[in-house]
Write a protein that binds this ligand. Structure first.
Ligand code: ATP
Ligand code: MG
Length: 173
């Protein structure tokens, strides 16, 4: 058995067009802290942490059994979470997003993957370790969510990189 572990999480990637718009708005603000790179913008669905590489096939097969609906997501709240995480959040969480998280959590539990016991908090992080909030309100950022992704998170000299290991469609309702 391989002893290598992979740091894994399921997430909704922020599509390139919305990521560009979000970064254009963010970079115009006086947000301090560590800005999340444009390519890394995402909304975490389930954080798995370190998983044995040998577990990957089972995770990929499991994800393929998820059959929840696509949905429209609107990030319309600018919030600070914890210690200096500047985030965008939806003021209304789409039921299909909760169903997707639930479907993944159930299947992960069946595979013996223990998730954080904190309740799911949909958020897209813009900056970390920020000491001040942006002065101007954020516009609404919306997109149609029609897929979810399994990422491997890797620390490199250039910062953290997320490798897409799998992507699964969400069907039109
Ligand atoms: P870095 O930690 O190097 O700043 P990062 O936080 O982007 O980078 P990871 O720590 O690998 O990279 O996290 C990947 C995603 O999983 C992020 O959305 C992060 O907020 C989330 N995450 C990390 N640790 C946990 C955890 N213990 N519980 C829930 N979500 C987590
Ligand atoms: Mg982290």
């Amino acid at each position: 058995m391989s002893e290598e572990n992979l740091r894994l999480f399921f997430a909704l990637p922020c599509p390139p067009e919305q990521a560009a718009a979000i970064c254009a708005w963010r970079d115009d603000q006086a947000i301090d802290g560590r800005a999340v790179p444009r390519d890394n913008l995402h909304l975490t669905l389930a954080f798995l942490g370190a998983q044995p590489k040998d577990h990957l096939d089972a995770l990929l097969q499991m994800a393929a059994t998820v059959q929840t609906d696509s949905f429209s997501l609107t990030l319309d709240r600018l919030t600070t979470i914890g210690k200096g995480f500047i985030c965008l959040q939806p003021s209304t969480t789409p039921p299909a997003l909760l169903q997707l998280v639930e479907a993944l959590s159930e299947r992960l539990a069946a595979l013996g993957v223990i998730l954080d016991c904190r309740p799911f908090l949909p958020h897209l992080t813009l900056s970390r370790q920020a000491r001040c909030r942006p002065q101007k309100p954020a516009p609404d950022f919306s997109w149609h969510v029609d897929r979810f992704v399994l990422y491997r998170s890797r620390n490199t000299e250039d910062g953290v990189h997320y490798d897409e290991l799998g992507s699964w469609p969400l069907a039109a309702p």
